[in-house]
Ligand binder design. Structure first.
Ligand code: FES
Length: 104
């Protein structure tokens, strides 16, 4: 298991990247729900972000791959547009323990 951060460290509408025992992952909080995905674009299998902790598009509405601009739904990880359309991010199982986000 890997503790990523405290729940309160992840602000509403923002994202944070981490290294876990399952490899690089990132967490997004939207409408008070936390989503954790593997930090790997289904297009080329590379990390999604260009700038540290920046996994969302300008509006914070979708997850965006910085390399070719693929857009993913935050709630499902499904790619809505871009070269991997129809593919999806890999969800990572986590639990909340002592107010921390912990990858299982
Ligand atoms: S590597 Fe992510 S869209 Fe091409």
């Amino acid at each position: 298991m890997t503790e990523l951060c405290k729940v309160s460290d992840l602000n509403e509408g923002s994202s944070l990247g981490f290294l876990s025992h399952k490899g690089p992952v990132f967490a997004v909080k939207r409408d008070d729900v936390i989503y954790v995905y593997k930090n790997e674009c289904p297009h080329l299998g590379i990390n999604l972000e260009f700038q540290e902790d920046q996994f969302l598009d300008m509006d914070g509405a979708l997850i965006q791959c910085s390399t070719h601009g693929a857009l993913f739904e935050i709630e499902t990880g499904n790619c809505l547009s871009g070269p991997c359309q129809g593919d999806s991010l890999t969800p990572i199982e986590y639990k909340i323990e002592n107010n921390a986000i912990v990858v299982i």
